[in-house]
Design a protein around this ligand. Structure first.
Ligand SMILES: [Zn+2]
Length: 208
C-alpha cells in the first residue's frame, strides 16, 4: 500500500491541543480514569478519509478514533467535504472521538454500540433528537450495529439513565463491559444494575 496517499498533519501545542486538554480535565473527572491526549490527524479530503477507514463513508461521517489517534476531516475542508454546515460541530466531533478513547481504554470493546455512541454524543454535548419510540425500544438491535439511528437512540438512553438513576450506576455498567461482552452478558449486568431488561416490552413500559 502506498502510505504517501495519506496526507495527514499532526498538530501540537496549539488551539487543538489546548481544547483537548480542557476536554481531558473534564473527562478524567467524569470517568475517574486518565486517558492521554490523543494525536490528531487532519484528513485532507473525503477520498483520503475513505482510504483510512477502509470503506466508502457517508457525508455525515467526519471522524474516527483508535489506539490513541483521532482521524478527523481538516477544519479547512470540514464543511466542504461533509454535510455538516456548521464548523462549530467540528469541536464537538473532536470531543466525541476523545470520549471513545476513554470508553475503549475502560472496556477494550466497541460494543454495545448504542451505549458507546450514546455516551460519546452525551458527553460531547451533541444533543440529538430522539427517534420514534419504536426505534428507541429496539435497543438490542444496536448492540453491534451502527448507522444513523444509533446516535439518537444512544443519546436518548444515556441521557435517560443519567437523569433518572445518576452517573454512578452508568459508570458501573460501563466498567462491567469487557472484550468478551455479548448482548446476553451485557443485558444481565444491565438488569442487575437497573432492575429492568432491554427487551422491547420492558423498555416501552418504563417509557410510558
Ligand atoms: Zn462515535
Amino acid at each position: 500500500m502506498k502510505s504517501s496517499i495519506l496526507r495527514v498533519e499532526t498538530v501540537r501545542g496549539d488551539k487543538y491541543e489546548k481544547y483537548l486538554l480542557k476536554c481531558k480535565k473534564e473527562l478524567d473527572k467524569w470517568f475517574g480514569v486518565s486517558v492521554d491526549i490523543p494525536r490528531v490527524l487532519f484528513v485532507q479530503s473525503r477520498k483520503e478519509y475513505d482510504k483510512i477507514v477502509g470503506y466508502k463513508t457517508e457525508a455525515w461521517q467526519v471522524g474516527n478514533s483508535g489506539n490513541g489517534v483521532i482521524y478527523i476531516l481538516d477544519p479547512k475542508i470540514y464543511t466542504k467535504e461533509s454535510d455538516h454546515k456548521d464548523i462549530k460541530r467540528f469541536w464537538l466531533v473532536l470531543k466525541h472521538e476523545y470520549v471513545h478513547l476513554y470508553w475503549h481504554q475502560m472496556t477494550a470493546s466497541w460494543n454495545p454500540r448504542w451505549l458507546n455512541e450514546g455516551l460519546a454524543c452525551y458527553l460531547a454535548g451533541q444533543e440529538k433528537k430522539a427517534p420514534s419510540q419504536e426505534v428507541v425500544i429496539d435497543v438490542r438491535k444496536y448492540f453491534g450495529h451502527g448507522g444513523m439511528f444509533v446516535y439518537g437512540l444512544g443519546y436518548f438512553w444515556v441521557n435517560y439513565l443519567v437523569k433518572k438513576f445518576g452517573k454512578t450506576k452508568l459508570l458501573n455498567l460501563i466498567k462491567s463491559v469487557d472484550a468478551d461482552v455479548t448482548n446476553k452478558k451485557f443485558e444481565a449486568k444491565f438488569k442487575r444494575i437497573y432492575g429492568f431488561g432491554l427487551d422491547k416490552k420492558s423498555l416501552a413500559r418504563i417509557m410510558n
